[in-house]
Design a protein around this ligand. Sequence first.
Ligand code: ADP
Length: 167
Amino acid sequence: MKRSVKGDITKIRVDAIVNAANTNLNGGGGVDGAIHRAAGPQLLEECLKIGGCRTGEACFTKAYNLPANYVIHTPGPIWHGGKKGETQLLANSYWNSLMLAKENNCKSISFPNISTGIYGFPKIDAANIAIETVVKFLKEIDDSMDVIFVCFDNLNYKIYQEICPYY
Ligand code: ADP
């Protein structure tokens, strides 16, 4: 099942929330900063022990003070105009996060709108890639996973409300 909501991902009670991380896993601005602030300093400690994560890949930590049980960290691609494999890399971020959630027996997962903030990915394209990848996972791998797209800004929320019914 998939749905979109408007809100703050740090408040969502699911098995795993996804963090739009950077490749150093050392925290930062946007949703990454919000997740680290809400989780507490132990999250950064665990992330620094992992040491890093490549763009499009995903890694798994505990969620500490967050209402979720786990955090899946995935660095989305930085938008460079579309000719640097950004589409595939963004799809990889969603796919690898879903696979990692499943491997760890998570039954519910929530995503922020990866790469659509500081990383500059066009929002409509990013939403199509996100939804398409989730639908593929639900069809091919596990149709019982509960997937929530958590939109923080009005434009992303509007886009998801409009295009979700087409998938
Ligand atoms: P990126 O570097 O991947 O672009 P950002 O954090 O800059 O990451 O933005 C990704 C998305 O996260 C943006 O659409 C932004 O509106 C959203 N966002 C920011 N704070 C939160 C939050 N607390 N909960 C959910 N989404 C958030």
